[in-house]
Design a protein around this ligand. Structure first.
Ligand SMILES: [Zn+2]
Length: 500
């Protein structure tokens, strides 16, 4: 496997010869209480096949009724993405056979989506990239197949398959971008920044829990390369169901390298769907799309057209919440953060965490340092989003307060954070149970200082002779003996006092 650095070099190399063009299709499960066309509940993780009825099982004679909240949520998403909202549109039947789709068709939208022609701006390395949105449409989710007995969890090699229809019929919004060109070596980061920003937007609208690991936000990533300056569009691959922000970036990076290898050898990129592998960051071919599947779309005969009242759409427009970009502009002022700092926080997914930590009493600069530094490292190591770490902004603010009042050194504060992450206990409990308090009591330190002096008489002699800089070695010994709990400044003063 190549190192991260060499793959970065590779992306820069590829972008020197080819223009990468990316496109993203994002599926969002809406957080409605009931399904799209029936009253079944949508709770995640329920016993398989306990949340079904004749409508979502596609039994003969059952009729769908659209979920008004789902339509409202889709319009709100469209408005937040600056889209035009259709004054009249229809659902369509997309016909295909698959065991996780009990009706043998999916109710979707085809040539009449609810929302069209919008955009979302993202900022990467100080540069604003406008990602244009082609369409936002509403459809129903499929069920879930579980392939049992194989090594990979895929159907090939499995003994048998099980199907869970709890997810079948949950409202699903698909957000499709236009091709994004001209970002060069930044294409992988732009892809990630777009999904990050879109997720923040959806979260601020409160329309979905946007949990990528539970599949309520999933992404298909299209990548093609065109020879630099040729203006000829390349053939694209479509990597399906990429389910983390980091994977979006990795999948684009891998596809840029793979397609460049094919083109460099004089080969032809095949139009196909591909699978992304989390373990090695590679993609492998799925189904070939050389021949387009014919879904035989036609207007859904069991549903009336959707014709949103313009007054309703206006009301939804005027009641949109503060969106992430506006919110960041306001928070930048409140947190005293530069544009660069805001971009770093946004791309690391910690803006809200920093704001909440500052609101809990921590100085903004400290809140930012903790979330962008140590806590982001911890999240990366655990392959989690910072927001999913088992520490709250209030707990981080408490750690900052304990450092400020001298109870903890920065090293001890990190140990306290580790303790919170490991045990879920609060900061004060961890500090008390692990005895993390900094020792600054002079009597308690005096013994440790005497021991250090006795152990290194040559160093002590140098200090007596005026070489004050040599004190560092003794300070280090005392810190080690007290497991980092001594106050270094006090120790240094004590040493110099004793040896003057
Ligand atoms: Zn149902």
């Amino acid at each position: 496997m190549t190192t991260l650095e060499s793959t970065m070099d590779r992306v820069v190399d590829v972008a020197g010869r080819y223009d990468p063009v990316i496109g993203l299709e994002t599926h969002v499960e809406l957080g409605t209480v009931s399904k799209m066309f029936c009253g079944c509940p949508t709770t995640f993780g329920a016993e398989p096949n306990t949340q079904t009825c004749p409508v979502c099982l596609g039994l003969p004679g059952s009729l769908p009724v659209p979920n008004e909240v789902a339509i409202e949520s889709t319009i709100r998403i469209g408005l937040a993405l600056h889209c035009d909202i259709a004054s009249w549109c229809r659902f369509a039947r997309k016909n295909y056979f698959y065991p996780d789709m009990p009706k043998n068709f999916q109710i979707s939208q085809y040539d009449e989506p609810l929302c069209t022609n919008g955009y979302l701006d993202v900022t990467v390395e100080g540069r604003t990239v406008r990602v244009e949105i082609e369409r936002v449409h509403l459809e129903e989710d499929t069920g879930k197949s579980l392939h049992v007995g194989g090594a990979t969890g895929r159907i090939h090699g499995a003994d048998h398959s099980l199907v869970d229809y709890n997810r079948a019929g949950i409202p699903l919004v698909e957000i499709v971008t236009k091709p994004v060109a001209g970002t060069g070596a930044l294409a992988p980061v732009v892809g990630r920044a777009y999904v990050t920003e879109l997720r923040e937007l959806l979260r601020s609208l409160g329309v979905s829990d946007v949990r990528m690991e539970q599949g309520s936000l999933r992404c298909d990533v299209n990548v093609s390369l065109s020879p630099a300056g040729s203006g000829v569009l390349g053939t694209r691959s479509e990597t399906k169901n990429v389910n983390s922000l980091r994977s979006v970036e990795r999948a684009i990076r891998f596809e840029m390298g793979r397609q460049a290898d094919v083109l460099d050898r004089g080969g032809r990129v095949v139009q196909e769907t591909r699978h992304f592998h989390e373990d090695n960051g590679r993609t492998t071919p799925g189904r070939s799309k050389e021949e387009a599947t014919d879904y035989r779309y036609f207007p859904e005969p069991d549903l009336v057209p959707v014709a949103p009242d313009p007054a309703w759409v206006d009301r939804l427009r005027t009641t949109l919440p503060e969106l992430p970009a506006e919110r960041r502009a306001r928070l930048a002022g409140e947190l005293g953060a530069t544009a660069f700092e805001m971009e770093s926080m946004a791309n690391a997914g910690v803006v809200e965490l920093v704001a909440a930590t500052a609101a809990a009493g921590a100085p903004a600069a400290e809140a930012r340092n903790w979330w962008l530094g140590y806590l982001t490292q911890k999240a990366n190591a655990a392959e989690l989003e910072p927001a999913d770490l088992a520490i709250s902004p209030e707990q981080v603010a408490r750690v900052v307060a304990l450092v400020e009042d001298g109870t903890l050194s920065v090293g001890l504060a990190r140990q306290a954070v580790d303790g919170v992450l490991e045990t879920g206990a609060d900061v004060d409990t961890v500090v008390a149970e692990r005895g993390l308090r900094r020792v600054s009591d002079v009597d308690a330190l005096a013994a440790a200082v005497d021991e250090a002096i006795a152990a290194q008489p040559d160093v002590a002699e140098k200090i007596r002779g005026g070489k004050v800089a040599a004190a560092g070695a003794l300070v280090g010994a005392v810190m080690k003996a007290t497991r980092g709990q001594a106050d270094a400044k006090t120790v240094r003063e004590l040493i110099l006092q004793k040896l003057s």
